[in-house]
Design a protein around this ligand. Sequence first.
Ligand code: CA
Length: 517
Amino acid sequence: MQKLLIVLLFSVVFISGTNIVNAQYTNASKWPAGISYEIFVQSFCDSDGDGKGDIKGMTSKLDYLKDLGIEAVWLMPMNPSPSYHKYDVTDYYGIHPDYGTTADFKNFVNEAHRRNIKVVIDMVLNHCSNQHPWFVDAAKNEDSPYRDYFVWTHKDDPQVKVFVDKINEDSRNRNRWNKVEESDYLYYSYFGSHMPDLNYDSPKLREEIFKIGHYWLTKMGIDGFRLDAARHIFPEERAKESQAWWVYFLNEMQKIKKDVYLVGEVWAPFDQVAPYLKGIPALFNFDLASAIKKAVNEEQSDSLLIKQKKIEEYYTTVNPKFIDATFLTNHDQDRMMSSVDNNINKAKMGAALLLTLPGSPYLYYGEEIGMRGKEPDEYIREPFLWDDIKNDKNRTTWIKPLYNSDSTIEPLAKQLKDKNSLVNYYKSFIALRNNSKALTFGELTPIDLGKSELCAFQRNFEDENLLVIHNLSQTAINISLLESLKEYDMVIFETKGSNLKKNALHLASYSTLVLKK
Ligand code: CA
């Protein structure tokens, strides 16, 4: 104990109003267990003043991401596309000219790799744009070599009526069968008429998809793919075939790159997500994201850890090597600040939970500076604020923001100088996690301290044993540490002056304390 105390005295590191004590900077984490950062390129950083974010801009911010503690980026689609969001691709091999060139992208990949940051790109393989040359040709010509790339039905087919009847059940009122003008045929499109579904019953289409994967993994040197709409490859009643397709895809990609990383969007309850883990080893944990936000909003930890354990145990039965891609929000969800009524303490608590629970956390750009935003989608994808508007040479202007301006958000440059800012709070938790094997890889054991406002758990890996205690409430809590936990006698991290003295725990409002055995 004497020896530990000496280490403690000489290695106290003060970061941003949060204390990391006795941190040994060995960088314990190793991607894909590390933290990934999701970027909407169009809103991130503009290098040439045309108002739209671009690859060169993004490259210039890699040092910022490195400093934040990020180990990988997930880039939203960059392929040519008629839409601002680019989830309807017209050329799977290209880069949208607004974003730059393939040379710019290669340079980005090299610069990211030089900093040990992996690059994962969005692949939108369920559907393409109705302006993709494949579809344009297939729609006007029944004998087109691309006809079989899409799913067709004749207007007199009885199943058309069944599907049309279903339209009213779709919350977004989308028509899944769309007629080609001056033709007797309709094409299947789950996400609306401008996004025709690709036909995965076609062996030729499958080969085409493998070629696309090969191109990005070999010619562009990326590390993996984020797979959009992964459960819609076949219609819902053919879910097993969708799951089997991804196993096939994974095997083909592994032939090209042995350690290829696949992370998928299967936006459904966890028991429907789990079967996809065989082909896509990392899947976004939508249920846990909701559970964290609920706990933060209600200031009650009741069901959070139960949910976490239930999901983890279920996933393990499908694929023991699964990667739990945890997150708070993404480009399809209201931003965290807007989900907690702009309460900065609650936004901080969300980050604290995400970054101390098991998983491989994803951080959506702008969450670290507390950007706000609610649907419709454009307004949860607003321009990042690098500096005051008068000094901000990188702020994008492609959209007039509704939520994020100098009057609502402190830009990054100011926050970096403020030790109590949200970004510095994120940085301190990311540093804590990146330097802890227990937080990165460890098992979670829930601990009941007798108060539902406290969320407490052990994280254990090899010889590192941590006890994490979060006070989710606005009221400070003083309790004694259970006799069975008295070996956890060393504070390695605290926020807001929370502490342990002898057996007495003091937990300030909305605070975190991490103890070590
Ligand atoms: Ca630009």
